[in-house]
Design a binder for this molecule. Sequence first.
Ligand SMILES: C[S@@+](CC[C@H](N)C(=O)[O-])C[C@H]1O[C@@H](n2cnc3c(N)ncnc32)[C@H](O)[C@@H]1O
Length: 212
Amino acid sequence: MDDIFVRELEIDHVDKTTILRFRQKLEGDVNCVVWDGAIVLAKFLEKQCLEDNGFLENRSVIELGSGVGCVGIVAACLGANVLLTDLPQALPLLRQNVEENKTKLKGYVEVEPLNWGSPCKINFTPDIILLAECIYYKEVIGSLVSTLRELATHDTKVILCQELRDSQTQKECWKEFLESVKEYFEVQFVPQSEQSSEYSCPEIQILRLTKK
Ligand SMILES: C[S@@+](CC[C@H](N)C(=O)[O-])C[C@H]1O[C@@H](n2cnc3c(N)ncnc32)[C@H](O)[C@@H]1O
C-alpha cells in the first residue's frame, strides 16, 4: 500500500507565489512528517524575505534535523543555497522531496547525513543555521549544542523553532537546552508580532542565537 501523503505549502515572494509539495509517510519515525514548528519557521523566513528581499538571497544555509525538508526547501525556494542534513534513515524521503520541488528552487540544495555530535564534514561556513522541532529528547542535547558550536562562527545566525509541549519530560528538555546553549550563544526570543500573523502561536517559539 502507498503510505505517502502530501502536504502543500504556499510561499509568497514579492512578485509570485510558489506551491511546494512535501511527501510524508503515514507510518514511520519523527522524520516522516512536516512538524508544526517547521511551518512556523518557514513562514517566518517568507515574512523576512518579503520585508527584505536579500534576506536569504545567495546565503549559505545548513539545516539540522531536516526531516522531510520543509524549512530548508523553503529557504532554497527563497534564494538560499542549502545543505539539508539528518540521520541516514531520513535521507531517502528527504531526497524525494528535494526532487519533487527542484524546479521551484532558486538556490542550490544538497543533502548529507549528519548525526549531531559527530564531526561535521562541510566545506563552507554557514551564514545561517536553521532547525525546527529538534529539541525533544534529553540524550542528544549535549551533542546538538556541540554541533551548533562547531558549525557557527560569530557571524552565523542560528534560527530555531520549537513547539513547547506540556509534558514534564519536554519541559525539562527545553530547560536543559536553554541552559546549555546560553553558555555559548546569546539567545533572543522572536516576538510573535515579528512572525507570520497567520502561522504563529504562543506555544511555538522562534529563537535567534549568535555565538558569544
Ligand atoms: C521532530 S523531527 C523534526 C523534523 C523537521 N525539522 C520538521 O520540523 O518537520 C526531529 C528531526 O531530528 C532528527 N534527529 C533526531 N536525532 C538526531 C541526531 N542525533 N542527529 C541528527 N538528526 C537527528 C530526526 O531524524 C528528525 O528528522
